[in-house]
Write a protein that binds this ligand. Structure first.
Ligand SMILES: Nc1ncnc2c1ncn2[C@@H]1O[C@H](COP(=O)(O)OP(=O)(O)OP(=O)(O)O)[C@@H](O)[C@H]1O
Length: 297
């Protein structure tokens, strides 16, 4: 099966800035994929290249087998992008905007049922006839998610779709996106909410300074950081013998990395020996945030 996305040796320069440094990435049809990285890593640049909004300095990008530069119309037809910025046409109401967008991709009246479904699923029913200009920020974002889906593209890219979105919509939005994924749509997500990537995505690429620094299944990435985290609030300084375990410290609160739960006993024994009282204690599973910090920082 042709990959949903195929990126080969893509470089992008903005003047002296080498924003993407030889990206290779293949995403299978039906994947729920996360693209993670700190601010400025190059995620949006890569997405803009996929959408044909920027041209690569060198290298190739294909969407569903169509080359983004030489077969732009077909590649663009296969892709729905939810942009990070709230850009919209101020003259349409929500329903008109969605129908217009679908029409732009050659979809006629037969697509109207799908437009209605989007409106319903994204909780926009009572805003369908409201002008885009008059929507709140969160509502605009819902409408822009709808806009990306209006022509029912097989590949959907969401560039930080939940920024500024309340918890209720986040849940209903993910429910809808999950359903589209179950129905075979490929989903590519960038987010700064790592727990979203951890629960939703089966594979993750982590980017840093224009390069992919980790590419693996979510499970394998989580296994890279062994064990658990022990969060301790102490009445005095941590004994020196335990310092190698410290992953984070804020004042008198320390986060220690444990490879196995059995270590807990020896840590508590060391604290007792040093006469350091424990004021609070919490044992937490290592999560994607720990992996991210380990790999990206
Ligand atoms: N049009 C442009 N002209 C010049 N530099 C640019 C342009 N677009 C992006 N850059 C630079 O390229 C680098 C990558 O930016 P990009 O927006 O792709 O990062 P990002 O990973 O999406 O970050 P964020 O998480 O903040 O959205 C940054 O240093 C940015 O300043």
């Amino acid at each position: 099966m042709i990959p949903a996305i195929n990126i080969q040796q893509v470089h992008k320069r903005f003047g002296d800035l080498h924003a993407l440094k030889g990206i290779d990435l293949s995403i299978k049809q039906g994947e729920f994929f996360a693209l993670l990285g700190p601010n400025g890593a190059g995620k949006s640049t890569l997405i803009n290249l996929l959408a044909g909004l920027l041209r690569p300095t060198s290298g190739q990008l294909q969407v569903m087998g169509f080359d983004v530069n030489t077969q732009y119309a077909q590649a663009r037809q296969a892709l729905g992008v939810v942009p990070q910025e709230l850009v919209f046409d101020p003259f349409f109401n929500v329903r008109e905007m969605l129908r217009f967008q679908a029409g732009y991709f050659g979809k006629g009246r037969s697509n109207d049922a799908w437009v209605d479904e989007i409106i319903e699923s994204l909780g926009l029913a009572d805003k369908a006839h409201v002008n885009m200009r008059r929507l709140s920020g969160g509502m605009k974002r819902r409408a822009l998610i709808g806009q990306a889906l209006a022509h029912k593209p097989p590949v959907i890219v969401l560039d930080e779709p939940t920024a500024g979105v309340d918890v209720e919509l986040r849940q209903s939005m993910w429910e809808f996106i999950r359903r589209l994924n179950r129905e075979g749509h490929t989903i590519i997500l960038t987010t700064h909410y790592l727990e979203e990537a951890e629960t939703l995505c089966s594979r993750i690429a982590m980017m840093k300074q224009g390069e992919i620094v980790a590419l693996d299944s979510t499970r394998n990435l989580l296994n890279r950081v062994p064990g658990k985290r022990l969060c301790l609030k102490l009445a005095a300084a941590l004994p020196a013998i335990l310092l190698p375990l410290v992953r984070d410290q804020q004042g008198d609160t320390y986060v220690l990395a444990l490879t196995e739960v059995a270590q807990l006993e020896s840590i508590l024994a060391e604290l007792r020996l040093a006469g350091v009282a424990v004021e609070d204690m919490q044992l937490i599973e290592a999560d994607l945030e720990d992996v991210f910090v380990e790999i990206v920082s």
